[in-house]
Design a binder for this molecule. Structure first.
Ligand SMILES: Cc1cc2nc3c(=O)[nH]c(=O)nc-3n(C[C@H](O)[C@H](O)[C@H](O)COP(=O)(O)O)c2cc1C
Length: 568
């Protein structure tokens, strides 16, 4: 075995005592990338190559791994992060974390427990698992391994043989899977994967017609909600929204299908630029190169509801269920730590909250100019869990007890079990700050029905959407919504008496144009005053002095000012 760095960050892992062909002690492994080294050390050259391979020169694979280096996180100091919440909903079902085990074929190459190991690890950690249709085990074997109440979705390909497709979709329903991820990034066959081709490679028999008619026909073949997986341009995301997919999954298949296609970050930025309205029409899942908590947070902030892990669980499966469980626990702990240190402790407030990330370098490379004058993607569009699902249970309550048994997660179980109160507190304090609105739904159903993903009341008041005029009219009462800087920066508030939409601009003063000023008790009260004052289009709050503006002067950076401008 040659354990070189493989282009991964050097984190000081010492492999000098490892024996080639033998799994090193799992205690050596402390981050997701460590599992890749361990898998390379343990698996045959062919099996490792199968998991690791990508299309052609693997440029997309490498971009997936390295795009993070171009992004900066904006952490804020003045925040209460004593309670961290990772729980969120995916397609209306509650899970303990905003990441999931993505479909990946042939788990049996790493471990005889194959996909069943993922089912068990996902159950104990409260995660979503989505097995591949090209699994080592059958749909029925995987389905029957589920814990009581465990929610799983299943992946499917668009086979050219429609009767095979129908048969598999029916079996997924019968085996209890709750949704289908329909992968549509590989017309005809799989990508050309040079690294694995040296060991043989394989053919697939995918359909070659992916027209909207063909896709709609497949959607009509199952009662389950179908999610379009493998979208890799903003245009396709928009099309998927237009034809009514409840969710889409932005993915370049880990770089395995086509080389030189963009990363999820780049595709999301294009969606922000061209079709921001889709974020409020459907859920978006993403993946590619996710190995750390900060990668997950970046994708959530860009509008993903949940983030998939492809290769990492496959590598961890060398150790069976315990390896996959440890990987999940590592990422949960990283998430809790990063979120607390960044000053935003509820994962539901990260959704679509671009005030915590600076993607300007990527925007400049991609578009030639930034998407907005400040460093944030603008306008911020806060995705919400629109899809309420039909299910009634959540992933097992076994979660907290299982996770608390490990030293890695003892803190996690603490924080999670207390998150219910944490989230509700947070939502009342700053529900304008991102999808925080959804925190109330996720926290309120620690162990019960998600179908109520029943969020909408609080969601609406903090959600921008050109398509959601209804949203603001059904806003929560103003008294339940409040905005603060910097948490709410770049989000939209519509909780005033008339439901007018204001873009929060922390640290921005639009000079001149004064209408009147008045002393107020809070930033929210200042915006509400503007909402109810004829002719007011902007506010600047300085201390308790709320300045209402009748015209929008030039934007000037002004520390200490809490600004908000009328956008509709
Ligand atoms: C070994 C392997 C097999 C995969 N098999 C499938 C599959 O059967 N269906 C599918 O939709 N995606 C498949 N994928 C893609 C993953 O679902 C996911 O999009 C990708 O791996 C994410 O990138 P990452 O590996 O960098 O996390 C596979 C990925 C790998 C690594």
């Amino acid at each position: 075995c040659t354990i070189d760095q493989e282009g991964l960050p050097d984190t000081g892992l010492d492999t000098s005592s490892w024996t080639c062909g033998t799994a090193p002690a799992i205690s050596n492994l402390v981050c997701a990338n460590d599992f890749q080294f361990a898998a390379k050390n343990t698996l045959s050259g062919a099996d490792y190559a199968y998991y690791r391979t990508a299309a052609l020169d693997e440029i997309t694979y490498n971009n997936n791994m390295h795009i993070w280096e171009k992004i900066r996180l904006n952490g804020y100091t003045f925040a209460d992060v004593s309670n961290v919440n990772l729980k969120t909903s995916i397609l209306g079902y509650q899970f303990q974390a905003p990441f999931f085990i993505a479909p990946a074929a042939y788990a049996g190459k790493a471990n005889s427990g194959a996909e069943t190991n993922f089912v068990k690890a996902a159950a104990s950690e409260g995660l979503l698992y989505v097995p591949s249709i090209s699994s080592s085990q059958s749909i029925e074997t995987i389905g029957s391994a589920a814990a009581s109440g465990q929610i799983m979705f299943h992946q499917e390909y668009i086979w050219s043989d429609l009767s095979r497709l129908q048969d598999e979709l029916s079996r997924m329903e019968a085996a209890g899977f709750k949704a289908v991820f329909l992968t549509m990034d590989n017309a005809g066959t799989s990508g050309i994967r040079t690294r694995y081709m040296r060991y043989g490679g394989g053919a697939a028999d995918h359909a070659s017609s992916f027209t909207i008619d063909a896709i709609n026909k497949i959607r009509s073949m199952t009662k389950l909600p179908v999610v379009a997986k493998g979208l890799k341009t903003a245009v396709d995301v928009k099309k998927a929204a237009d034809i009514g997919f409840p969710a889409v999954y932005i993915s370049n298949h880990g770089g395995r299908q086509v080389d030189l296609v963009p990363t999820a970050v780049e595709i999301l930025l294009e969606v922000h630029r061209d079709y921001p309205e889709v974020f409020s029409k459907m859920e978006i899942y993403c993946d590619g190169g996710v190995r750390r908590a900060d990668h997950i947070l970046i994708l959530l902030a860009l509008g993903c509801r949940a983030v998939g892990l492809g290769r990492s669980p496959m590598y961890a499966n060398v150790y069976g269920t315990s390896g996959v469980t440890k990987l999940i626990q590592i990422l949960k702990l990283e998430l809790q730590t990063e979120m607390a240190n960044m000053g935003l402790a509820d994962v539901n407030q990260w959704h679509g909250n671009t005030s915590f990330i600076n993607t300007r370098q990527v925007e400049l490379e991609l578009f030639g100019s930034p998407l907005s004058d400040d460093t944030h993607v603008s306008p911020t569009v806060i995705p919400k869990p629109l899809y309420t699902g039909s299910g009634s249970s959540t992933v097992s309550s076994a979660t907290s007890s299982t996770s608390s048994s490990s030293s890695l997660t003892s803190s996690s179980s603490n924080t999670q079990t207390s998150s219910s109160s944490a989230s509700s507190t947070t939502s009342s304090v700053s529900s304008g700050g991102g999808g925080g609105s959804s925190s109330s739904s996720s926290s309120s159903s620690t162990t019960s029905s998600p179908s109520s993903s029943s969020t909408p009341t609080t969601l609406t008041s903090s959600t921008i959407s050109s398509s959601t005029s209804s949203t603001s009219t059904s806003s929560a009462p103003a008294s339940t919504v409040s905005v603060t800087c910097p948490t709410s920066n770049n989000t939209v508030y519509a909780g005033g008496p008339n439901g007018k939409q204001f873009l929060i601009e922390c640290g921005i003063d639009h000079v001149g144009g004064d209408l009147k000023s008045q002393s107020v008790s809070s930033f929210t009260a200042c915006i509400n005053l503007c909402d109810s004052t004829a002719g007011c289009v902007d506010v600047s709050l300085s201390g308790s002095a709320c300045y209402l503006k009748k015209s929008l002067g030039a934007a000037k950076a002004a520390g200490g000012i809490q600004g908000a401008k009328l956008i509709s």
